[in-house]
Design a protein around this ligand. Structure first.
Ligand SMILES: NC(=O)c1ccc[n+]([C@@H]2O[C@H](COP(=O)([O-])OP(=O)(O)OC[C@H]3O[C@@H](n4cnc5c(N)ncnc54)[C@H](OP(=O)(O)O)[C@@H]3O)[C@@H](O)[C@H]2O)c1
Length: 247
């Protein structure tokens, strides 16, 4: 039963939607107390209600991760509420695609604030408690665009490549204290955030899997890495991409 998560508190950023919401559902179904987070209160409360209806326990912590103050408030609220966060899933992220010339300074700052700085500050705030208790897991959500350059994904891919590097750096830093840090790297997944994404189906058709992925398929991988089933796995980047890594 090493996949069970009873007695553990999980903070899942960006769990009002898409992949994060599916992660929250799978972690709650395995017994974790889940702290749902995002900016949209209606979607946040709805997510919590659906976890509770399914037999889990959850609470909603609103947060805007685009500002450092919002990130720190979220970390403080999570620690106030739960005492410690045993599982941190850095899922919240923004993605946009375009030419280098087309990205404004505001676009650059926003992408890096949410995709890199927010996970960094959360780990800075929450990892010390994990270290103190000698256990904890962190799972970062990357993207295929972090592994190779492509014409329109330089800004987005580079932000997630930074998080990829941090995954291995944090695994090295915190592993000796009993804290495991890993990542999943999703391929094209149909979510609220990608619902209008032109070309996603065409990308999916070219994959070995020949289809888009479902949020729950990413969630299952996150839950595995967060659980004791993955007890000897540190610093791994698990592709959940329909075989894009092999195509
Ligand atoms: N879908 C894909 O094909 C795909 C592929 C590879 C990687 N990913 C990665 O997977 C993660 C989730 O993607 P998704 O497709 O599930 O996206 P989504 O449906 O757009 O969900 C994004 C989540 O992030 C939250 N969020 C966005 N900006 C935020 C902010 N400033 N402060 C706090 N929360 C914020 C949103 O919450 P609120 O709206 O409530 O603020 C929402 O819960 C992202 O990191 C993305 O880069 C996705």
């Amino acid at each position: 039963m090493a996949d069970r998560l009873e007695g553990r508190t999980a903070l899942v950023t960006g769990s009002t939607s898409g992949i994060g919401r599916a992660v929250a559902a799978v972690l709650a179904a395995r017994g974790a107390h889940v702290l749902v987070s995002g900016r949209d209160d209606t979607r946040g409360r709805d997510a919590v209600q659906s976890l509770v209806n399914a037999g889990g326990t959850a609470e909603y912590l609103p947060a805007d991760l685009s500002a450092a103050s919002g990130v720190r408030e979220l970390a403080d609220a999570a620690l106030d509420l739960a005492g410690t966060v045993d599982i941190l899933v850095n899922n919240a992220g923004v993605f946009s695609f375009g030419s280098t010339a087309g990205n404004s300074e505001i676009d650059i700052d926003r992408m890096y604030a949410i995709n890199v700085k927010a996970p960094y500050l959360l780990v800075q705030a929450l990892a010390p408690k994990m270290v103190e208790q000698g256990s904890g897991t962190i799972v970062n959500v990357l993207t295929g665009a972090a592994h190779r350059g492509s014409v329109t994904a330089g800004l987005y891919g580079s932000s997630k490549a930074a998080l990829l590097l941090l995954t291995t750096a944090w695994a090295a830093e915190f592993g000796p204290s009993g804290v495991r840090v890993n990542a999943v790297s999703p391929g094209p997944i149909r979510t609220e955030g990608t619902a209008n994404g032109a070309g996603l189906d065409a990308v999916a058709r070219a994959l070995p899997a020949r289809r888009l992925g479902e949020p729950v398929e990413v969630a299952a991988a996150v839950a595995f890495l967060a659980s004791d089933d993955a007890s000897y796995i540190h610093g791994a980047i698990l592709p959940v991409d329909g075989g894009a890594i092999a195509a």
